[in-house]
Design a protein around this ligand. Structure first.
Ligand SMILES: [Zn+2]
Length: 301
């Protein structure tokens, strides 16, 4: 084979693979005007401006999860407004006007809108002003929401946010006896809450069993009310299930581990209300760098 033919062949393979990986949605002219040519839809015309439902807003072009409904607020500006993005999902750059900050999808670089700071709409003092047409809303069902408690939630989040098929994670508290506890209150060990991670996942890319295995394989489920140096009921090992199928999966995995000789102490409880922890606890290792001291992956299944 001549070198040039080989090169052409390789190039073709690369192009074909790129096309398969991207799997982008075919855009209408109206969508392309905003997403590819950085246009702006007319205010108060988009379908998500006043839309309220629990779920995730994904990129119209590539389906990457960008925003969560919890971060949407009413700014009366005529476009959907969010005061936070899913970490790593949105990139910022100086707009062509040299003044505003443009926001684009970090995965496909499709245009979303602009981000504005210092307007004091919410505590985060940030407004992502996003074209509805750049977004696709996806409802989040209990089936695709998992809650795990396995010690210091910083380390737990470190592992789950890297897992394939995980759309977003938050750390917080579950299973205690007061509403909206602060980290400080939970740290006393007197509120009864466990440090917990909430995991939203895409069921077409992963499943609950895979995530529950990761939970067992990134902590020591045989310890009672502690993980390594962290001691107290807030560091207990627990699965808070949202469906009976999740409960059955959790119990099945515990049985398997017991047969393998692990004296599993993990409790399996119906999910009570989840209270998100303060912002500075979210994605701690991603922000500060480093790796967890007490959560190290160890194969158990
Ligand atoms: Zn995208």
């Amino acid at each position: 084979m001549k070198p040039i033919t080989l090169l052409t062949l390789l190039l073709l393979i690369v192009i074909t693979m790129e096309g398969q990986n991207n799997n982008y949605r075919q855009l209408t002219n109206e969508e392309a005007h905003v997403i590819l040519n950085k246009g702006t839809e007319a205010p108060f015309t988009g379908k998500y401006t006043d839309f309220k439902a629990e779920g995730v807003y994904c990129c119209k072009q590539c389906d990457a999860a960008l925003y969560r409904s919890q971060d949407k607020f009413n700014s009366s500006c005529g476009w959907p407004s969010f005061d936070d993005e899913i970490p790593g999902a949105v990139e910022r750059s100086l707009d062509a006007d040299g003044r505003r900050t443009e926001i684009t999808c970090a995965h496909c670089h499709g245009h979303l809108g602009h981000v504005f700071l210092g307007e004091h709409f919410t505590d985060k003092n940030t407004r992502h002003c996003v074209n509805s047409i750049s977004l696709v809303f996806k409802e989040v069902t209990p089936e695709q929401t998992a809650y795990f408690a396995s010690g210091c939630f910083w380390g737990v989040q470190y592992h789950f946010q890297r897992q394939k098929g995980v759309i977003s994670t938050r750390v917080g508290f579950m299973g205690g006896n007061i509403k909206n506890p602060s980290y400080k209150e939970v740290c006393t060990g007197r509120t009864g809450h466990a440090e917990t991670i909430e995991v939203i996942f895409d069921p077409t890319q992963t499943d609950y069993e895979t995530l529950a295995k990761l939970f067992f394989e990134t902590h020591d489920p045989t310890q009672v009310d502690r993980q390594g140096p962290d001691i107290g009921t807030q560091y207990r090992s627990a699965i808070f299930y949202t469906t009976n199928a999740q409960k059955a999966t959790a119990e099945k995995l515990i049985d398997i581990l017991k047969q393998k000789g692990y004296d599993v102490q993990t409790t399996v409880e119906a999910a009570p209300e989840f209270y998100p922890a303060e912002d500075y606890h979210q994605h701690y290792y991603q922000k500060k760098g480093g790796t967890p001291y007490c959560h190290i992956y160890q194969e158990k299944f």
